[in-house]
Write a protein that binds this ligand. Sequence first.
Ligand SMILES: *[C@@H]1O[C@H](CO)[C@@H](O)[C@H](O)[C@H]1NC(C)=O
Ligand SMILES: *[C@@H]1O[C@H](CO)[C@@H](O)[C@H](O)[C@H]1NC(C)=O
Length: 289
Amino acid sequence: MASTQTPSLILLLLLLLTTLSILTTPSSSSTETFVFGGCSQQKYTPGSAYENSVNSMLTSLVNSAMFSSYNNFTIQGQQTLYGLFQCRGDLSTADCGRCVAHAVSQLGTLCLDSCGGVLQLDGCFVKYDNISFLGVEDKTVVVKKCGPLIGYDSDASTRRDAVLGYLGSSDGSYKPYRVGGSGDVTGVAQCVGDLSASECQDCLSDAIGRLKTDCGAAKWGDMFLAKCYARYSEGGDHSHGGKDNDDDNDEEIEKTLAILIGMIAGIALLVIFLSSIRRLCDGKGKGGK
Ligand SMILES: *[C@@H]1O[C@H](CO)[C@@H](O)[C@H](O)[C@H]1NC(C)=O
Ligand SMILES: *[C@@H]1O[C@H](CO)[C@@H](O)[C@H](O)[C@H]1NC(C)=O
């Protein structure tokens, strides 16, 4: 008896714990939502000096993000390695640190042994490479996403134009982070901190211009260029590359998984219970003869 009861109890406990941990694990906050990522084609030899440089780069980025919202690093070696991070302007240093740590750990798996890597999460941007990109303005479109059309609504498009106009306006000062709203339309824009004030302005003007032309009458739009981005959304319908959708999906998957595990646990317990009863009966039956 004891030999069948003990494993079943352990199994029950394990399954309960798994179910509980899945149910209670908070889904990652929206600042850590994935926007885009990429790795350079070239790979370095594991165990090489280059790997050490990459590791110290990533460590420097994570450490520095606990104190500032932007920083750049150059690591001299046989091959020079360049890297930087940029947090969204509204993040606290604690949130910035968390976001960059999350991005770096994702880069570690995403770009394993790659000479360079780049990752944009909702709240932060991280990039490292052995090709210098520090202080270089780059307006390459990396991600362009437009939401569903709102149909003809002149008020909504007026508000959107006002928000985009505000985000794109310049008084000559350095404004790497911009946020604006009109009615239920909100917008945000961010430059990577290695751009000068005029480069940042130029990059954002480009991103905003593209949003206007490419996302026309869409409910929301995302325009990520290599060194800056602009995004807007209407009515809090921040689908923003699946900001809400993805979270919902994650939750759905978690719930489904929890239900599945619960069911498997139930069936497993039933089988164990039935088999132990059978053994008990068999034993009694034999004893009776
Ligand atoms: C970057 O590293 C790769 C792999 O080690 C190498 O092939 C490439 O030439 C390097 N590029 C520069 C600019 O150093
Ligand atoms: C990189 O960091 C150094 C020191 O923190 C700073 O002086 C320099 O201006 C930065 N360069 C860029 C391109 O941001």
